[in-house]
Design a protein around this ligand. Structure first.
Ligand code: NAG
Length: 396
């Protein structure tokens, strides 16, 4: 930034002070985004939620926004007003559209100028009618590799790569510059089909920030054990976004308030080499359907009865992998791989990724998933406690 050369020392001092204040104000506004889900619509006491800057209500189905007649009501599990009242003044409340498995509505919307305009006008109507401050677009994922990837090939969706920035631009045009607009984007480079050096400049024009889903980085398409939200894989993700040209201050790192498990191959000797160890076949290789050998549950959920014994061992005998950066447990009796973030892991990720890379903020899926103890939320809160909500404040 260029500072004009002042002609008196006093003006110079004042200018410098204003400049420092401006920079501080900007740098201190780290984003702290929480998804609030219909499955776990639980909000902690106001004290614990005090530093949350954005709440995204998940989800509004994408197909509803392709209807030519704009409805007067929109289906949501709650109201923006009810949510707004439970957070600190000034917290932005957004509507998240789509979610895992909800791709058809986006495909329909993205197809032509006309369908994009229709969808965008309906997004605007959602914001106006619900009183939301903006929207989060959760198309998982433009260009393919979504839930239906076994049935619809990526080549049939290749056109979506060019259409995605256009759809976002149409939504931004309908919303105007003052509403907030973000997108949930894939954590794995293999799923970043529509996130390229060519598309990013266009996408970034529309979005205020990117929620980079640095979780589920091991999923049932994998065949060896990994940390599903580990440091190393998260860093690879952030680096891929940097390489594609996403401005670092627009990036939010994703945190998962849930646990994942995968059945490993009994013959693979995971006891001696737990990481990178062979799993059972986790999905139908033709349809991509779930074979029931992997899953997830939140900190709020009851542990499924058949996993209780193994999970209680996992919690008691958890290990930390210094290389990949993740907490895990490899149950060699029942052949189950467990992967999750402990409270300490959350703090470690803040310092080794969010602060080191100077990201714009963090987000978690999701707030109520951590109820009733909210211990992971508290770990994430610590970032704002110690830093006063600013990543770089110490350096000024
Ligand atoms: C929120 O941030 C302030 C500093 O900006 C800090 O003093 C306070 O403890 C934080 N609250 C929580 C719940 O983290």
């Amino acid at each position: 930034m260029l500072v004009p050369v002042p002609n008196s020392q006093y003006t110079g001092m004042v200018l410098l002070q204003i400049l420092v204040a401006m920079v501080m104000a900007q740098l201190c506004e780290s984003r702290y985004v929480m998804y609030l889900t219909g499955q776990h619509n639980i909000i902690p006491e106001p004290r614990l939620a005090a530093n949350i800057t954005h709440v995204a209500l998940a989800f509004m189905p994408s197909s509803r926004l392709n209807e030519p007649i704009t409805p007067l009501e929109w289906p949501l599990f709650t109201t923006v007003e009810a949510v707004r009242n439970q957070f600190a003044k000034g917290t932005s409340v957004m509507v998240a559209i789509g979610g895992w498995g909800d791709t058809q509505g986006f495909s329909t919307a993205a197809a032509t100028d006309e369908t994009r305009r229709l969808f965008a006008n309906n997004v605007k109507a959602v914001v106006d009618i619900t009183g939301a401050d903006g929207v989060d677009v959760d198309w998982e994922y433009p260009g393919g590799n979504g839930e239906d990837y076994g049935r619809i090939s990526n080549s049939e969706k290749a056109w979506e790569i060019e259409a995605y920035p256009k759809l976002l631009a149409a939504i931004r045009a309908a919303l105007g510059p003052d509403k907030i607009m973000s997108a949930a984007v894939p954590g794995l480079p293999r799923d970043m089909l529509a996130i390229t050096k060519n598309t990013i400049p266009k996408i970034s024009k529309s979005l205020d920030f990117y929620n980079i889903m640095t979780y589920d980085l091991m999923n049932r398409r994998d065949s060896v054990t990994k940390h599903h939200t580990g440091i190393q894989l998260s860093l690879e993700s952030i680096d891929a976004y940097l390489a594609a040209g996403v401005p670092v201050e627009k990036m939010n790192l994703g945190f998962a308030f849930y646990v994942k498990w995968f059945r490993t191959d009994p013959g693979a000797d995971c006891a001696t080499h737990p990481i990178g160890c062979k799993t059972l076949l986790l999905e139908d290789p033709v349809t991509g359907d779930d074979l029931g050998r992997a899953g997830a549950f939140s900190w709020h959920d009851e542990v499924p009865p058949d996993l209780r014994k193994s999970f209680s061992k996992a919690l008691n005998e958890a290990r930390y992998d210094d290389v990949g950066g993740g907490t895990y447990y490899s149950d060699s009796e029942e052949n189950i791989w467990w992967s999750w973030d402990s409270e300490a892991d959350i703090k470690r990720k803040i310092s080794t990724i969010v602060e080191k890379k100077r990201l714009g903020g963090v987000f978690a899926w999701g707030l109520g998933e951590d109820a009733p103890e909210f211990s992971h939320l508290k770990a994430l809160n610590s970032y704002f406690e110690t830093k006063g909500g600013g990543i770089f404040k110490d350096e000024l």
